[in-house]
Design a protein around this ligand. Structure first.
Ligand code: WQD
Length: 340
């Protein structure tokens, strides 16, 4: 049985990945500082899987504390999710973002070196493709033209990991570039429920659906897309979680860096998401058109064929499934609201 350390394992994608790992008989050690998650998520992971796992409340910036985890467990591989992830906040707090994401990762890598761990899967993002690549995005396209500090931390960490693999052939790293993860576990026990007013589309829609927010602002209706609104490659978080298990399975085959897009290969417009959500929930989502959001691109989606070819992974859930599961989760969080 392989022992997998999951940093940020209580977060949105981390928690779904822990469920998938446990259901595939991996032993899981979660490290999380709960900065953007809560201890209840751990109970939910246990309720879904009926499996035990180790947990450490630990910030990656606290290297002494982190070193305890490596001392107490024989770790075969790491899936590294932990990091700050709000694009707008990263523009306002660049030092905090660079320090947290990059230094946190460097501490983790130093501990890996000290304890002879040399396999890692990194939670990267389609944001590393920046502004200048044609769509669909392919893994061999140039990266780094990022438009905000959050995205730049992802590009920097990708570079650090590639440099490490170049200098030490014993290391094996996978960079997984996610597109737009939405949805939730079908049990409704884990999902995404950000504090405050959400930045991302699906959490915003679900808050409109529950009556917490009055209407959705659709940022831009004059893009050169099918209906004028922005197009993204939305992917169900459970598909993403399964992609991580596939990545871990082939992580031990050989060393070096491998890069994979995790997307569906299909773009959906904002209005398509709104319409599909309304169909799945039966709740109307009032919206109004607002100016374009600074930094947004008109349209992007993945070429997801490499992961299919090499990892034998393909997204299975539809946009309707994603909307249904997001709605199911949020209803379980906020009982007695519209649609109950
Ligand atoms: C999707 C579409 C918006 C909110 C971001 C990060 C990326 C990744 C995922 C994560 C766009 C439109 C949104 C709203 C709207 N990172 N929209 N009204 O910007 O594609 O990607 O999240 O950790 O790195 O950049 O996702 O969900 O914010 O936006 O019209 O209230 O929905 O303009 O077209 P984005 P998003």
């Amino acid at each position: 049985m392989k022992h997998i350390l999951v940093t940020g394992g209580a977060g949105f994608i981390g928690s779904h990945t822990c469920v998938e790992l446990l259901q595939n008989d991996y032993s899981v050690i979660i490290v999380d500082n709960f900065i953007n998650s809560s201890p209840e998520v751990l109970d939910s992971i246990h309720r879904i899987t009926k499996k035990d796992f180790a947990f450490y409340q630990c910030d990656l910036l606290d290297e002494d504390n982190l070193s305890r985890v490596f001392q107490e467990h024989s770790i075969d591989a790491i899936i590294h999710f932990a990091g700050l992830k709000a694009v707008g906040e990263s523009v306002r707090q660049p030092i905090r973002y660079y320090f947290n994401n990059v230094s946190g990762t460097l501490n983790l890598l130093r501990q890996m070196e000290q304890h002879g761990v040399n396999r890692l899967v990194f939670s990267s993002s389609a944001t590393v493709y920046g502004e200048n690549n044609p769509i669909p995005y392919r893994e061999d396209m140039p990266t780094g033209q990022t438009t905000n500090p959050y995205g730049t931390t992802k590009a920097m960490i990708e570079q650090i990991l590639q440099d490490q693999c170049k200098c030490n052939s014993q290391w094996g790293v996978m960079l997984l570039r996610y597109f737009n993860p939405i949805g939730a576990h079908p049990s409704g026990l884990i999902g995404e429920n950000p504090n405050g007013i959400p930045n991302n589309l699906m959490p915003y829609i679900t808050q409109v659906a529950t009556g917490k927010l009055p209407y959705l602002n659709v940022f831009g209706n004059d893009y050169s897309t099918s209906d004028g609104t922005g197009v993204r490659d939305y992917i169900h978080v459970c598909d993403l979680a399964r992609g991580h298990v596939k990545a871990v399975e082939s992580l031990f085959d050989e060393g070096g860096t491998k890069i994979y897009n995790l997307g569906t290969g299909r773009g959906s417009s904002v209005l398509e998401v709104v319409k599909t959500f309304e169909q799945q929930s039966g709740v109307p989502i009032p919206y109004q058109f607002a100016p374009r959001r600074a930094g947004d691109l008109a349209e992007y989606y993945a070429d997801a064929s490499k992961a299919e070819r090499e990892l034998n992974w393909q997204a299975e859930y539809s946009l309707a499934d994603m909307c249904r599961d997001s709605w199911n989760f949020i209803q379980k969080q906020t009982p007695n609201t519209t649609g109950e």
